[in-house]
Design a binder for this molecule. Sequence first.
Ligand code: PLP
Length: 372
Amino acid sequence: MIHRHQLDELAAAGRLRGLHSRAGVDFSSNDYLGLANSPRLRDAVLDALLSGVAIGSGGSRLLRGNDPEHERLEAEAAAFFGSESALYLSSGFAANETLFATLPQRGDLVVHDALIHASAHEGLRCGRAERVAAEHNDADAFADAIKQWRAGGGTGRPWIAVESLYSMDGDRAPLDDLVALADETDAFLVVDEAHAVGVYGPDGRGLAAHLDGRDNAIVLRTCGKALGVEGALLCLPRVLRDFLVNRGRGFIFSTAPSPLMARAVGEALRICADEPERRQALQQRVSLAGQVLGVLGIPASGSQIVPVILGDDARAMRVAEMVQQAGYDVRGIRPPTVPPGTSRLRISVTLNASEADIRGLGEALQAAMRAA
Ligand SMILES: Cc1ncc(COP(=O)(O)O)c(C=O)c1O
């Protein structure tokens, strides 16, 4: 059987994945602000439940699934981020897939960063536009791709697709240069703020908050990472929201997200505005992690995501396992999630790990890197 055969091949290559229970201090989640289990989010959900907010939506938004909680959240999110409109989808994956499969048209060109998330690739595969990868974080490469395409007779609209903060490297896109390029070339700019919303910017509005309200920008904010809930908000011009509502297959043919979760996301946005101390505490832990890991020769990424690039797949997994055995939940990441030869540990600094935990992780990592 083909499936068994392929699984056996993965196992032989040491790449078989499995699901494991959570264990150890959290250095691997995206719950950066520690909101997922916070009393305030719990209370908001409990209040909503007791006041009759539905758990399930019961259908597609276009049929009976459109709940007042979805509409309230979208209005709140548009006001919070300053976008003309917002659309709440059930995950960041669904949002990226629906966006890229639907909005770029035949004859358009999507230039995406080489390290863009799998969900964007998935949408682009289903879409009608041409697509090309630009070298990671190289604004000139984006400009060259658009120039070449125009010179070759491209007449549609260019699209530029990036993440503001990359999920596996923790580095940032050159947003200012890309905004200027989008303006110069009449391109749409799509910025995935999955790992930046809640963590950066005024009130935690992210690294791309200044783009909201532009008619050539779309900002994706996932709600299952720093916001501690689930789903994703697309913040975009109203005409594009209307287009997704009419043509986005991932929106139309899918049960609307839980109204209860919509209520929770609204509360998470309010927490971001009301509790700046969470962001400050996280930045202190990021600085401490930078010092502790710096001693081991691991360069700081400048963000809460710190890659420890070990190169060799097997060594990365061995080091991860030793650190896990010492009580720290750090995961090894291998190709195809990251490019070949860059297997790594992905250390995620969150408020779920204390300063003492960060120091302990440094010691465990030092021992593991020596031994492996
Ligand atoms: C950059 C980026 N975009 C989108 C997603 C998908 O978001 P979600 O987990 O809400 O499906 C992820 C998740 O890992 C991500 O890292």
